[in-house]
Design a protein around this ligand. Structure first.
Ligand code: SF4
Length: 59
């Protein structure tokens, strides 16, 4: 599983980190970052990616 956040698209809403704190975390730059994209054990990050309001998450 390879997941990335397109920083220019991320508006820092925090939704991804609240949906899955194993894979995503918010950092001081106000953007979501990937902590460990191998730790997804539920939806292969697809539910989170489709919930991102700006389509900033690429799976
Ligand atoms: S859900 Fe999308 S816009 Fe919101 S913090 Fe995560 S990557 Fe950024």
């Amino acid at each position: 599983m390879t997941v990335s956040v397109i920083a220019d698209k991320c508006i820092g809403c925090g939704l991804c980190a609240s949906m899955c704190d194993k894979v995503f975390e918010m950092r001081d730059d106000g953007k979501a970052h990937i902590i460990d994209d191998e730790s997804c054990d539920k939806c292969d990050c697809k539910d989170v990616a489709s919930s991102c309001p700006t389509q900033a998450i690429v799976v």
